[in-house]
Ligand binder design. Structure first.
Ligand SMILES: [Zn+2]
Length: 228
């Protein structure tokens, strides 16, 4: 396992700026790249109901970030968030919700001095890793456009379907509802497989409607929210 993560200086500055912009709430986001070297910055909105001490990434932003990563051939390398008034060390909750042993958890503080540190968290064991700062080109994938396009896709999907009923592919719709374990582990961000399933649904051309398309969407959204 890599003991350092390589991050462009500009992205470290962008994380600090994000933390300041939402202070006193926590910011959150993802970093992606290849071979341990980050070059894409994905700020996400914090949808937690208690954003001053928790972070839960907006599902819409998360889907878009994952999609963008894959389309750009990048891997998720780090999850960052801020502790506006805490130390740059994972909290108990951070440790309990750390389901990605192969990504780095970056924590930014602002006070008394801005500081960022990186950790691996595996089986509730925290080990600090180094941040290698490089001058390298990087790019931000903004969260706002992400939200807009996710909404557009959802609206497209819930448009009334044509009356023609093809073979009753009880299909993806039922599959996703039944395959998902009732008490899915709460993970942040969403497991890649889940994102892929949701994407499949959103990308699917006019599904033969078995029943209540809007109800189905609501069920999915409710289920997704329960994971966050
Ligand atoms: Zn935290």
């Amino acid at each position: 396992m890599e003991r350092t993560i390589t991050v462009p200086r500009g992205i470290l500055k962008a994380i600090e700026d994000h933390a300041r912009a939402v202070n006193p709430e926590e910011c959150c986001g993802l970093l992606s790249g290849n071979d341990g070297a980050v070059d894409l910055f994905h700020p996400l909105r914090n949808n937690s109901s208690d954003p001053k001490s928790r972070y839960f990434a907006s599902p819409e932003d998360l889907f878009e970030a994952m999609r963008e990563m894959r389309s750009q051939g990048r891997n998720m390398l780090a999850i960052y968030h801020s502790h506006p008034n805490g130390s740059a060390y994972p909290s108990q909750i951070d440790i309990e919700l750390a389901f990605y042993p192969h990504v780095a958890y970056l924590i930014q503080t602002l006070a008394p001095e801005p500081e960022i540190r990186a950790f691996r968290i595996e089986a509730r064991t925290v080990s600090e890793i180094g941040i290698e700062i490089v001058e390298r080109e990087w790019r931000e994938v903004p969260a706002l456009s992400a939200a807009a396009s996710a909404v557009a896709r959802t609206e497209e999907f819930v448009k009334p379907a044509p009356a023609v009923i093809e073979e009753p592919r009880v299909s993806i719709q039922e599959e996703i509802v039944t395959e998902v374990p009732a008490e899915a582990e709460v993970a942040e961000p969403l497991p890649v497989e889940v994102v892929e399933e949701i994407e499949e649904i959103l990308a699917a051309p006019a599904q033969p409607v078995v029943e209540e398309p809007a109800g189905f969407i609501e069920r999915i959204i409710r289920r997704v929210r329960s994971w966050l």
